[in-house]
Design a protein around this ligand. Sequence first.
Ligand SMILES: Nc1ncnc2c1ncn2[C@@H]1O[C@H](COP(=O)(O)OP(=O)(O)OP(=O)(O)O)[C@@H](O)[C@H]1O
Ligand SMILES: [Mg+2]
Length: 264
Amino acid sequence: MSERLGFEHVTKVYESAGADFVAFDDITLEASPSEFLAIVGPSGCGKSTLLKMAAGLIPPTKGKVQLGGNTVSAPPPGVIYLFQQYAKSLFAWRTVIDNVMFPLEGAPRSQRAELRARCEDYLRQVGLSGFENSYPWQLSGGMQQRVAIARALAADPQVLLLDEPFSAVDALTRMELQTLVLQLWERRKFTAILVTHDVEEAIFLADRVAVLSARPTSLKEIIDVGLPRPRDQLATREDPRFLKLRHHLTTSLLAKGSGHVVAA
Ligand SMILES: Nc1ncnc2c1ncn2[C@@H]1O[C@H](COP(=O)(O)OP(=O)(O)OP(=O)(O)O)[C@@H](O)[C@H]1O
Ligand SMILES: [Mg+2]
């Protein structure tokens, strides 16, 4: 199950120390149901702010976020937000399986055995069978991130928001986790919005990549990736079309100002 998520003319003004700070003004952008959308842009342009709005954690100052037919005004049950360093979001005092089962805690007692079996299956899907009774601090960073991914899946999201989810792990683990997220997305077809600084990661994972400019933030362009799926860490990255997209997006990000750059 998945939903369309749309930012409609959203503006965010933060008030800090009595002064207004415009994070961005009038951004319109959408992810269709089951789409994998990436958002790239310089530090401070408002990427996390957009995701927090989509997760219902902060309201837009103007405009609205639409999830399916509804306007987001509080955290919607079907939207899961994986924080920038989400290994830190695990509960250190809970075992791995109890972390994964956390979103299902409200379920009736009679369903617990079945839900536990389902969560064990999520752990198997992320390659962590046998670690159910370990504590997060007994695992490596990459393994902790896998637990966080399994927990997100246990919530059965319609929309998964990923905020630089792989920035804290080494390059190899990063590629493994990218492949894992892609496989899970291909199986479950939730709507995914990924924020990243990494142009290659955006192209590798996404159907479309939205480029934001530095502040004053504007939506510079949205490119269609169009690379075949399933994607492969070597074959996809060596595809001449991948290299052309990387060139185009890097040029776009390096260009000063908010104007459009030539098409790929
Ligand atoms: N709670 C807040 N109060 C005041 N200003 C804020 C707040 N949160 C973010 N900002 C400002 O809004 C702007 C956008 O912040 P945001 O975290 O969305 O940027 P970002 O694109 O995610 O950056 P990064 O790539 O570094 O994570 C920044 O300039 C930041 O200083
Ligand atoms: Mg951010």
